[in-house]
Design a protein around this ligand. Structure first.
Ligand code: B1M
Length: 213
């Protein structure tokens, strides 16, 4: 669809205004929020990822594209989140220490909120002790860890060990995700769940609602 391609192009150009205008227009045209997200924003980010990998663009270009993506997501958020849903549980979420990638984590936050969870988003570059501290403070049901780098994925195990040391490992469900993460890796570090994307994260969280009720 022309408008969704345009959103993807604006994102690739790093135009916050272009993405915002495109997303607003798509909403006015009653295009489904999920379609705008997947065929507009995520399609654009996919191209950026490929170009980055092939050295066709560099960090500043990726950064402005990510900013444009986040700006579009802010507008889509209310559409993606169902209103008036009762809290299904508390999730402490963050990108692990050393890792600054937040686009996927933000998407996971939105989808979990959409599934009725109360999300405490700690942001990026979050040290293990912060996850523990917040999980204790809010009496979290789920701790969600995101990592996009092969150099930071092992930090997830550090968080799990910190939860164990703090004596709260059995009280929380640990869900992990991010581009380099696999179900095998999740099993290896003793995480409870691996989700390949934000919608799977929300489905899994929905399915485990009964366990934490
Ligand atoms: Co970076 N980066 N980056 N980057 N970056 C990747 C990850 C990379 C794969 C690019 C590449 O080489 N092809 C590569 C990692 C290679 C590796 O480790 N094997 C890489 C690199 C190398 C780097 C730097 C080291 C580059 C440098 O400085 N030389 C540097 C590291 C900085 C740091 O973190 N310390 C760096 C920096 C950056 C920017 C700051 C410029 C920017 C981030 C901006 C931001 O996030 N605000 C950036 C970006 C944007 C990317 C790519 C292009 C796109 C990531 C993204 O936003 N994807 C990425 C390439 C790629 O992934 N194709 C790349 C869109 C997003 C929707 O998907 O985040 O995968 P994703 O999230 C998905 C799933 O993974 C999952 O759900 C989401 C979708 O539904 N998911 C979860 C994520 N978290 C989850 C948690 C869950 C469940 C599911 O449960 C809790």
């Amino acid at each position: 669809m022309e408008l969704l391609n345009q959103i993807s192009e604006e994102l690739q150009q790093g135009s916050v205004e272009g993405v915002e205008n495109g997303v607003n227009k798509a909403i006015e045209e009653n295009i489904e929020a999920e379609k705008i997200l997947h065929e507009g924003l995520m399609a654009g980010m996919k191209v950026i990822g490929e170009k980055f990998k092939n050295d066709e663009i560099f960090v500043p270009g990726v950064l402005v594209a990510a900013r444009a993506m986040n700006a579009g997501m802010v507008i889509l958020k209310p559409k993606l989140i169902e209103s008036g849903v009762e809290s299904a549980g508390k999730v402490v979420l963050g990108t692990v220490k050393g890792d600054l990638h937040d686009v996927g984590k933000n998407l996971v936050a939105m989808m979990l909120e959409g599934a009725g969870f109360e999300v405490f988003d700690l942001g990026t570059d979050v040290p293990a002790e912060k996850f523990v501290e917040k999980a204790k403070e809010v009496d979290a049901d789920i701790v969600g860890l995101s990592a996009l780098l092969t150099t930071t994925m092992n930090e997830m195990e550090t968080v799990i060990k910190a939860l164990e040391e703090a004596g709260i490992r059995d009280e929380v469900i640990v869900m992990v995700g991010g581009a380099p993460i696999t179900s095998e890796f999740a099993e290896e570090i003793s995480a409870d769940y691996y989700a390949k994307d934000a919608s799977e994260a929300s489905t899994i969280a929905g399915n485990i609602k009964s366990k934490i009720a």
